[in-house]
Design a protein around this ligand. Structure first.
Ligand SMILES: *[C@@H]1O[C@H](CO)[C@@H](O)[C@H](O)[C@H]1NC(C)=O
Ligand SMILES: *[C@@H]1O[C@H](CO)[C@@H](O)[C@H](O)[C@H]1NC(C)=O
Ligand SMILES: *[C@@H]1O[C@H](CO)[C@@H](O)[C@H](O)[C@H]1NC(C)=O
Ligand SMILES: *[C@@H]1O[C@H](CO)[C@@H](O)[C@H](O)[C@H]1NC(C)=O
Ligand SMILES: *[C@@H]1O[C@H](CO)[C@@H](O)[C@H](O)[C@H]1NC(C)=O
Ligand SMILES: *[C@@H]1O[C@H](CO)[C@@H](O)[C@H](O)[C@H]1NC(C)=O
Ligand SMILES: *[C@@H]1O[C@H](CO)[C@@H](O)[C@H](O)[C@H]1NC(C)=O
Ligand SMILES: *[C@@H]1O[C@H](CO)[C@@H](O)[C@H](O)[C@H]1NC(C)=O
Ligand SMILES: *[C@@H]1O[C@H](CO)[C@@H](O)[C@H](O)[C@H]1NC(C)=O
Ligand SMILES: *[C@@H]1O[C@H](CO)[C@@H](O)[C@H](O)[C@H]1NC(C)=O
Length: 601
């Protein structure tokens, strides 16, 4: 009884401190008591977890290619997109420059235009058949203006999902979509640029698809890895797009990272140090950039390379190209086509980020062996062409042809990007090696080395200190009690007779310790409820931290969604209660290795 009474006081302090710690971590007393949290320490959970109102680290999204080769200036590997409700399937090109999506509507296929027009244009999105289409107004794209490739479309908003139906791709419910009929862009386009789109009809800028995916916590960061794919090797290689990460299997790493250009509409600006070829019809012209380095915008929207006139002339000399003034194109006739194929020439672009380090990107002639079709050319209505355009100094661009051999990784949150040479020797697309790009503000608890966050460690230490203090206090009480007893015994012995007064005083003195049963019970209860679980509680706090890199409030969790590697975004689980903790999974660091599992393939 004396022991318990002693604890009554000793345990108050740690209990209070623990409660303070609890509230310091945005949890509440209610959640502390909840069985949900109590179960946390029992399982060594290393899941990448998402709970309502908590931030988590979703896996990167691998967007599967459509498996079609499209375009009248290609062929190009396209991607599938579902738009509207019910979903209409279209095939689009990836546009690294665009902040929105555009699709073709039936005005883009007038009667008698092109046989199989709708299919050739990647199919039409009929806005009047979508229940969720919200029309805006007619606007200019307001991009590629410097290339004279701006066009006009019916702007609006609708649901857009990447990938074919049933593949479980990411959805954005209010995505900006332009519906066009112009043949400036033969296929629709999917914009990867996360800047908002501005309309005079709206005060607020309209958020991009990428921004909305991030806001919805569907991707780990506003970043992507992209390469256009090609079909000039023995096996055609489809394009590759990863949102929130990149595929390490696709390229040879470099040390070079480029900062974004200050003009954000030309953010992906690289310095081309030199362009050279190892085979030339004219030995004097292996240098294809005779007037020295230029800066060029990397842009998958357009197929061709836009280079200075003297560079174009060097290309003409090296490959016997003839400029078609009427079309502003380098058409290649069958004879020249055969000759060029026979040379097995390769052209190397040496890029530099300005610090002296360079990235060479070598393209075999096959990368430039492309075909134009009607309506880009008429009579003849098809021709080979070399994807090169004469440009002035506002127009230098490396288009999609370049991205057949270059892997582009863009990190909008760190404002930098990487261009690395694709690695297509012994390439196997099924060996995808998906790496995650985390937001810079992500706090990744190091789950293996230190499973306890600082707060929890502090809690444990404080708890131990308090426990020692409590023990010391108990000892002190015990000694005092013994001392009192001894003294009382001595007193009793001394005053053998007339002990009534002494007895009475001793009874009063010991009252708080002995004759208060409620106090004793409370003390015991407190010891059990608060002091004993304090160590597991430290783990309880650690768990939400691990899954909650931004330390958002996790006390209001109603349900949880869990991303286990290999399960993928398409397999989010909704549930509540302790059961969800029994799902297998591996930690954040292992996510990239399981990238294939997230794929839509
Ligand atoms: C999530 O947190 C926000 C504030 O951060 C709050 O307004 C909202 O009600 C919370 N939602 C739920 C479901 O707890
Ligand atoms: C949608 O509009 C096109 C003309 O632009 C028309 O031919 C078609 O019948 C319309 N469809 C519906 C379902 O209204
Ligand atoms: C967020 O993502 C989910 C799942 O992909 C989707 O159903 C929902 O529409 C998205 N929300 C918004 C606002 O786009
Ligand atoms: C739209 O306006 C915002 C500022 O309001 C700007 O940051 C953004 O770049 C603009 N978007 C485009 C595509 O110009
Ligand atoms: C990266 O840089 C380091 C030192 O700066 C160098 O040793 C290494 O070879 C470089 N790697 C590549 C792939 O360029
Ligand atoms: C093919 O084009 C080359 C130059 O590009 C030209 O010299 C040659 O005469 C052309 N051949 C035919 C058959 O038109
Ligand atoms: C040029 O380089 C390519 C690719 O490296 C190679 O296949 C080709 O044989 C080279 N040509 C000459 C003439 O060296
Ligand atoms: C292209 O021209 C050929 C014959 O000159 C014709 O048979 C074919 O239909 C034309 N194709 C298109 C798409 O106009
Ligand atoms: C570059 O060419 C475009 C298209 O021909 C033209 O509109 C623009 O004015 C030119 N810019 C300069 C600086 O010459
Ligand atoms: C961006 O910069 C960071 C820090 O220098 C670097 O680690 C990262 O690799 C860069 N990212 C890209 C895509 O270049």
């Amino acid at each position: 009884m004396v022991f318990l009474a002693g604890f009554r006081y000793a345990s108050c302090l740690p209990a209070l401190l623990l409660l303070l710690l609890v509230s310091a971590h945005t949890s509440t007393a209610a959640s502390f008591m909840s069985p949900w949290l109590r179960d946390v320490p029992l399982v060594e959970t290393s899941l990448v977890k998402r709970a309502q109102n908590t931030t988590t680290i979703p896996a990167p999204i691998v967007v599967a290619p459509s498996q079609y080769w499209d375009g009248i200036d290609g062929p190009w590997s396209s991607f599938a997109l579902q738009v509207g409700t019910p979903a209409q399937n279209v095939r689009v090109q990836i546009s690294t420059a665009s902040t929105f999506t555009w699709t073709i509507y039936d005005g883009g296929c007038p009667p008698g235009y092109v046989a199989d027009c709708a299919n050739s244009r990647g199919f039409l999105f009929e806005t009047n058949k979508s229940l969720t289409w919200t029309p805006n107004s007619i606007f200019n794209f307001d991009f590629e203006v410097n290339l004279n490739m701006d066009t006009t479309g019916n702007a609006g908003f609708d649901t857009a999902t990447l990938g074919w139906q049933g593949a479980g791709g990411p959805t954005v419910s209010h995505s900006t979509i332009f519906s066009i009929k112009s043949s400036t862009y033969w296929l629709g386009g999917f914009g990867l640029n996360p800047r908002p789109t501005n309309f005079s009809t709206f005060v607020d800028p309209q958020p991009s698809f990428m921004q909305q995916l991030k806001t919805n916590n569907t991707i780990p960061s506003i970043s992507y890895g992209y390469t256009a794919g090609n079909q000039y090797y023995q096996t055609p290689i489809f394009g590759s797009l990863v949102l929130g990460g990149y595929d390490q299997n696709r390229f040879t790493p470099t040390n070079v990272s480029f900062p974004f250009f200050t003009d954000i509409s030309r953010d992906l600006l690289v310095r081309i140090h030199s362009i050279s070829t190892n085979t030339s019809f004219n030995l004097a012209s292996s240098n294809l950039l005779p007037s020295g380095p230029i800066s060029a915008f990397v842009d998958s929207t357009v197929p061709t390379m836009w280079l200075p006139i003297d560079a174009c002339e060097a290309f003409e000399a090296a490959f016997n190209l003839q400029y078609n003034e009427a079309l502003n194109m380098y058409l290649v006739n069958d004879t020249l086509h055969q000759q060029l194929l026979a040379t097995s020439a390769a052209i190397t672009f040496t890029l530099t980020a300005g610090d002296g380090r360079t990235v060479p990107i070598t393209l075999p002639y096959g990368a430039f062996d492309l075909t134009l079709h009607y309506p880009y050319i008429t009579s003849p209505n098809t021709s080979y062409y070399f994807p090169l355009q004469r440009a002035n100094n506002t127009q230098y661009t490396l288009g999609r042809a370049f991205l057949q051999e270059a892997y582009l990784i863009v990190d909008y949150e760190r404002q930098n990007f990487t261009i690395a040479p694709c690695a297509y020797d012994n390439f196997n697309p099924s060996n995808a090696d998906i790496r995650t790009i985390l937001s810079p503000d992500t706090v990744l608890p190091n789950s293996r080395r230190s499973r306890f966050p600082t707060g929890a460690i502090a809690g444990v230490i404080v708890g131990i200190v308090i426990l020692i203090a409590a023990l010391a206090a108990i000892l002190w009480f015990l000694r005092r009690r013994k001392h009192t007893e001894k003294r009382r015994v001595a007193e009793l012995e001394a005053k053998e007779a007339g002990g009534a007064h002494a007895d009475h005083s001793s009874e009063n003195e010991s009252k708080p310790f002995i004759s208060n049963p409620i106090g004793g019970e409370l003390g015991g209860g407190e010891i059990h409820e608060l002091t004993a679980p304090h160590k597991p509680f430290a783990q309880e706090m650690e768990s939400p931290h691990k899954i909650d890199p931004n330390k958002a409030g996790y006390s209001e969790m109603e349900s949880g969604e869990y991303f286990g590697p290999g399960k993928g975004f398409a397999h989010e689980m909704h549930g509540s209660g302790p059961a969800v903790f029994e799902m297998p999974g591996s930690d954040v660091h292992e996510m990239p290795g399981h990238g294939e599992g997230h794929g839509l393939k």
